[in-house]
Design a protein around this ligand. Structure first.
Ligand code: URA
Length: 204
């Protein structure tokens, strides 16, 4: 079940919510991570952008989408005329999940139950921001927002109704573009992604 617990409303708006999130120990991912990474952006943004979870750099900086995937997102968003600064940017899961290999921390995708458990925070962010449109980047965000965990390749470019009752535009995750070893496919995915972002811009 995606709605496992009734989420309380925090006092103090987004600041109160982010402060409460800093102390989150609702699941074992909090232990090894440096810190919980709250969303950022205008509290009443028309667009909310939801990624999967903080990566290595986001975990250290305490800010979403500042690493390689975030930089790629920023470049493609700018090319598509989408202003990231005007959006509220957050993640489906608030702590970095990783495996240590030597000196490196390797990203691990969150499980469906981790995504579901962390929805508790996402629900409250949605309630505060009340975005007109939510952009889901990748399968974990799509699962968190729609309750449907089916693969993103066939669903991208579409608008589905979110569990919150509003529209969710589904797209790829920028990290998937970075991981694509086939140059030609990577360029094709980049075009699709840019196309999705300009659709979102038009919908706002
Ligand atoms: N990938 C995400 O999904 N979110 C981030 O914040 C960084 C990378």
């Amino acid at each position: 079940r995606l709605h496992d617990t009734e989420a309380p409303q925090f006092c103090g708006g987004m600041e109160g919510l982010s402060a409460a999130l800093k102390g989150c120990a609702r699941c074992p991912l909090a232990g090894p991570a440096t810190q919980a990474v709250p969303g950022e952006g205008p509290e009443r943004a028309a667009l909310m952008i939801v990624g999967e979870q903080p990566g290595d750099q986001e975990d250290l900086a305490g800010r979403p989408f500042v690493g390689p995937a975030g930089q790629l997102f920023d470049r493609l968003a700018a090319e598509a005329g989408l202003d990231r600064q005007a959006a509220y940017v957050t993640n489906a899961v608030k702590h970095f999940k990783f495996e240590v290999r030597g000196k490196r921390r390797i990203h691990q995708s969150p499980s469906a139950s981790e995504v579901s458990h962390c929805r508790w925070w996402l629900e409250q962010e949605i309630a505060l921001v009340q975005p007109r449109l939510i952009l889901a980047l990748g399968a974990s965000a799509a699962l968190a927002l729609t309750g449907d965990g089916k693969g993103i390749t066939r669903r991208r470019g579409r608008v589905e109704t979110g569990l919150h009752g509003g529209p969710v535009f589904l797209s790829l995750h920028p990290a998937a573009l970075l991981r694509q070893p086939d140059e030609r496919l990577a360029r094709r995915q980049e075009d699709l992604f840019r196309h999705d972002l300009s659709q979102v811009t038009e919908m706002l």
